[in-house]
Design a binder for this molecule. Structure first.
Ligand SMILES: Cc1cc2nc3c(=O)[nH]c(=O)nc-3n(C[C@H](O)[C@H](O)[C@H](O)COP(=O)(O)O)c2cc1C
Length: 434
């Protein structure tokens, strides 16, 4: 709720990472490893009274044609370590890390998350991801990875175990033993960390499959989604919120926040021009060929990015890229892209720019604030995960220009009324299950 008790928009800041939204070669982009870059973005998000700052995670450097995919971000610090450092330079901002449940153990991870919750005074969040691809798994035990079918049952047991550990200390500070022998995990003994300020760190979920949505309904406090446009957003929102009742939960117990981008300008025309310029920054000539190679599964380095699409068909059997390759049937994608290119007379680079996603909110600060406010209370989203296209300054304009207009409209807070991430999100503290 806002200070006046009206529904509020929730805002989170994504530190942009591996994806073509990141214009990492822009002259205004900084390092993706220096603490100062993270600090600037987090402090800006806190200045803008955002609910939380969010870090994605990748557990192996992406590759393309057997080499490090160096058009992508290569190398980033471990998230919880980084968030502990950010806790020291921020006061109220929630701090959420993506941490994979396929390659961790609940006792150890629950300990690290609970420690972050203590050190930050109740601001920890955990995005539970389940990536179970063999490429990532090769960095872990015996090069293995869990069975794909099993990944959400393991995730469910993981979160349940973590919550049992977080509940194992009584609110008056006594450790009680946990004895749990599940299918995936066995825990016997006391947890090392006393109950944390939020009771349980906030749990986030991002999966879109049926199992992912069910997991969100059963376990999550926040769900991120890629359904940023109003029509798809409403369908996702309705579907996931309707699943909560089966778990004895209210629709408001889960906040749905699509990941979105934005480009601002002094006029709508200027914003459109800037959006086009940003897309060209995001899809350089080299990246255009790389995206094409990911779809075609072939070496296309001899093709001119300003020339036509290849006549040659994709090789559906080939895997040129790991972790990050385009999804879907490559032949159907190629047919769609050729049709688009013919119809509009587009080069390879122009086709990739047009066919891969554009910007979600483009316009003056007034237009963007009005469009975002339209989502509040309309059953489309509870807020947004903002994905700036550059670091570290990618949120500055939004906080300076859009946030005051959202506040004027009465859909965004003018001060933090609580100290914990749960309180920013309007979530109740979990009841202690002794
Ligand atoms: C906004 C957003 C952020 C995500 N961030 C990560 C991430 O940092 N690391 C990761 O391994 N997967 C990430 N994912 C992928 C999901 O966790 C999930 O693995 C993927 O959506 C496939 O799950 P599904 O089969 O249930 O759709 C993200 C997804 C979304 C929508």
């Amino acid at each position: 709720m806002t200070d006046e008790g009206r529904p509020t928009l929730h805002l989170a800041a994504h530190f942009p990472g591996v994806s073509s939204t990141t214009a990492q070669n822009s002259s205004t982009s900084g390092s993706h490893i220096d603490f100062g870059t993270f600090e600037h973005l987090a402090r800006t998000a806190e200045r803008g009274l955002f609910d939380f700052f969010f870090l994605a995670e990748g557990l192996r450097l992406r590759e393309h044609k057997g080499l490090i995919h160096d058009l992508d971000v290569t190398g980033r610090p471990e998230s919880i370590t980084l968030l502990n450092a950010l806790a020291a330079v921020t006061d109220r901002l929630g701090l959420a890390a993506t941490v994979n449940v396929s390659f961790n153990e609940p006792y150890e991870l629950a300990r690290r998350l609970s420690s972050l919750d203590h050190l930050s005074g109740g601001r920890a969040g955990w995005n539970v991801v389940t990536a179970a691809d063999a490429f990532t798994g090769e960095n872990f035990r015996h090069g293995s990875c869990p069975d794909r079918v099993d990944r959400y049952t393991r995730a469910a047991e993981f979160v349940a175990t973590a919550r049992e550990l977080w509940d194992s200390w009584t609110p008056d500070g006594r450790a009680r033993p946990v004895a749990r022998a599940g299918r995936h995990f066995a825990v016997e003994g006391e947890f090392t960390v006393p109950r944390s300020p939020q009771g349980h760190p906030v749990v986030i979920q991002t999966g879109d499959s049926d199992e992912g949505r069910e997991f969100a309904a059963a376990f999550a406090d926040v769900a991120f989604t890629r359904h940023g446009d109003p029509k798809a957003g409403r369908a996702f929102y309705r579907d996931v919120k309707a699943r909560l009742a089966a778990y004895g939960r209210e629709p408001d117990d889960l906040k749905i926040m699509p990941g979105v981008t934005f480009v601002l300008g002094d006029s709508d025309e200027e914003a459109q021009e800037r959006a086009t310029a940003v897309r060209r920054e995001q899809v350089s000539p080299q990246r255009a060929i790389l995206v094409l190679e990911q779809v075609w599964g072939r070496d296309l380095s001899s093709y001119d990015p300003d020339g036509p699409l290849p006549e040659i068909d994709p090789d559906p059997e080939a895997v040129l890229a790991q972790a990050g390759a385009g999804a879907g049937d490559p032949c159907r994608t190629a047919t769609r892209w050729r049709e688009l290119s013919r119809r509009k007379g587009l080069s390879i680079r122009q086709t990739v720019i047009e066919a891969t996603s554009g910007q979600s909110f483009v316009g003056t600060a007034g237009r963007v604030a009005a469009e975002m406010a339209g989502y509040v209370g309309s059953g489309t989203a509870d807020g947004f995960l903002l994905v700036p296209h550059r670091t570290p300054g990618g949120l500055d304009e939004f906080v300076d220009e859009v946030v005051p207009l959202l506040q004027e409209r009465g859909v965004f807070r003018t001060r933090y009324s609580g100290t914990t991430l749960r309180s920013h999100l309007g979530l109740t503290e979990p009841v202690w299950k002794g």
